[in-house]
Design a protein around this ligand. Structure first.
Ligand SMILES: Nc1nc2c(c(=O)[nH]1)N[C@H]1C(S)=C(S)[C@@H](COP(=O)(O)OP(=O)(O)OC[C@H]3O[C@@H](n4cnc5c(N)ncnc54)[C@H](O)[C@@H]3O)O[C@H]1N2
Ligand code: MOO
Length: 522
């Protein structure tokens, strides 16, 4: 870790804290690490102000007053030339909450709803209330294996089989029904889930009844104690009546909801479509397989982002690796039909960081250009066209996660018509150093604490280029500028793994193919 990596030489304390977190000795800086402006600008404590108008993101209204308006060349508010060292990636930037708010409101509403077969509805949002299409249960149902009995016992067991073919020995099975009414003083074997015959007043569990053979050769059923009327009968409509509202529009479809919908008679559901996201991975240095070698490294973001996006309710079209090719990026952005394009890398001001210049070339409107958050401050949000947006994630992997949670999640949430997660605050198990001015997002894991109950323990290995911390995390803690003491309640951004489960793993790219020779595609 160098301060250059964070792009913001805020003094020893913060640099040292980060150095500690990243396992490097604090207080020692590599020679020249203050020289973070390749153009030779003095490494002063404050970033050089950007040429042109103020950042639109500094004003919450700036990104929200003319939403969905087509972008035109005159919309480009970032007029600074994309020369290394000239564009600031330092302290300034849209405040973290404002950035999330701009992303959430970058589109007014989700695309119109459609219908989806039950299995395809998983992870989408109900566009209409779920209303019962039937009573549940739809008939009086036996809750236990035993006997349907009529009136007080003992009961005769010689009730004749009826014309539906009910076997007097097995009785009424689930999925079957008898049309004959059970006379008072009679009993008939019945299985859990079977329809209660007319005339039955209760069900006697098999373990509670005793069948005795009388001298006359006929069998009688005895119960050790009186059987209250209605015992172990689930009456029709106990859970709901046909027409009852089961769930409101806007509910995220989980596996449990699929079960309820099927029980209530649905074959398909009215849901909002998943927003389509195209992931463009930038960087010539990236390998798609094998071990890092010759200065090249593995692409860690492609494998992570596609399923993560799916968990956020989006559908990722097959991702593309574009290298550091400005024209390829231009053509990909110009030709994309996705609701959201997600780029990784190339957001800073290095010689092959093509995102800003390409957005200018396309006349895109920058809604957020840099966020006051660590890691990930060079992240950006741009409008390519009405209802088509680009989220630029920084290349450092944890910085990319930060951009995903800060900008992509709120935008996709609106597009997928999902509700925001309820605000969630948990005390910190240990102190977390703060940035002097910026919000920090820090991976945490839940622990049980004698004093505070559930606490969030900050994890090591949370440097911007590291994924080891987030891989072990339950959530990202939102640490305000200045840091937080142990026991301070901090807001948590939960990771979408439980939601991801409900959102339909595996993703289409990784779906199990029983015909595949290996027993399933990786
Ligand atoms: N002069 C300055 N340089 C940088 C600043 C700054 O303020 N001034 N900010 C730093 C910060 S903070 C970040 S974060 C990065 C953002 O850089 P880019 O978005 O342009 O990303 P790249 O330069 O392409 O890559 C950065 C880093 O991440 C690695 N990377 C990229 N993609 C992947 C991937 N798919 N999987 C794994 N690793 C990836 C890449 O190899 C680089 O090591 O800029 C700093 N620079
Ligand atoms: O290295 Mo940076 O702060 O985006 O993570």
């Amino acid at each position: 870790m160098t301060e250059g990596e964070h792009g913001d030489p805020f003094g020893d304390e913060f640099a040292d804290a980060l150095a500690l977190a990243n396992g490097t000795p604090p207080g020692r800086r590599p020679a020249g690490s203050g020289d973070r402006t390749p153009g030779g600008a003095a490494p002063g404590p404050y970033p050089v102000a950007r040429a042109g108008s103020p950042r639109p993101g500094d004003d919450p209204a700036a990104g929200g007053t003319d939403r969905d308006r087509p972008a035109g060349p005159g919309d480009v508010r970032d007029t600074a030339p994309a020369r290394p060292g000239k564009r600031s990636t330092g302290r300034s930037g849209t405040p973290w909450r404002t950035a999330r708010d701009i992303a959430e409101h970058a589109v007014h509403e989700p695309p119109g709803p459609g219908t989806a077969a039950l299995a395809d509805a998983l992870g989408r949002t109900l566009a209409a209330p779920l209303t019962a299409l039937t009573d549940l249960p739809s008939f009086d149902t036996s809750a236990m294996d035993g006997w349907a009995v009529s009136g007080p016992g003992p009961w005769r067991l010689d009730h004749a089989a009826d014309d539906t073919g009910t076997d007097p020995d097995t009785g009424i099975l689930a999925g079957h029904a008898t049309t004959a009414a059970l006379p008072d003083g009679h009993a008939l074997p019945i299985a859990t889930g079977a329809r209660i015959p007319a005339g039955a007043t209760a069900v006697l569990r098999s373990e509670h009844g005793e069948v005795l053979e009388l001298p006359d050769g006929r069998a009688r059923l005895y119960a050790p104690r009186p059987v209250p009327p209605g015992q172990d009968i689930r009456p029709r409509g106990q859970e709901c009546r046909c027409g009852d509202h089961l769930l409101p529009a806007g509910t995220l479809v989980t596996p449990a909801i699929l079960g309820l919908a099927a029980a209530a008679g649905y074959d398909e559901l009215s849901v909002h479509p998943r927003p389509r996201v195209e992931v463009l991975v930038l960087g010539d240095e990236l390998l798609r397989s094998g071990l890092p070698e010759g200065g090249r490294i593995r692409d860690a973001l492609g494998p992570m982002l596609v399923p993560w996006l799916h968990a956020l309710g989006a559908e990722a079209v097959p991702l593309r690796h574009l290298g550091d090719d400005a024209d390829a990026l231009h053509d990909a952005l110009a030709g994309s039909t996705a609701d959201v394009v997600l780029t990784t890398g190339g957001t800073a001001s290095g010689p092959v960081d093509h995102v800003h210049p390409t957005l200018r070339r396309l006349g895109a409107e920058l809604l957020v250009d840099g966020v006051a958050v660590r890691p990930g401050h060079p992240m950006l949000l741009a409008r390519l066209a009405p209802r088509r947006h680009l989220v630029g994630l920084p290349g450092n992997p944890l910085a990319a996660v930060s951009g995903l949670l800060t900008l992509a999640e709120p935008l996709l949430r609106t597009l997928a018509a999902r509700h925001p997660a309820a605000p969630y605050r948990v005390p910190l198990a240990a102190a977390v150093y703060g940035h002097p001015h910026d919000t920090r997002l820090v991976p945490v894991a839940y622990r049980d604490d004698d004093r505070h109950g559930l606490v969030a323990a900050p994890l090591h290995f949370h440097g911007p280029a590291m994924l080891r911390g987030i891989a072990a995390a339950d959530a990202m803690a939102v640490v305000p500028p200045g840091g937080a003491e142990p026991g301070t309640e901090v807001e948590l951004l939960e990771l979408p793994w439980p939601a991801g489960w409900s959102a339909g793993w595996p993703t289409p790219d990784t779906s199990y193919d029983p015909a595949a020779p290996s027993g399933g595609a990786a």
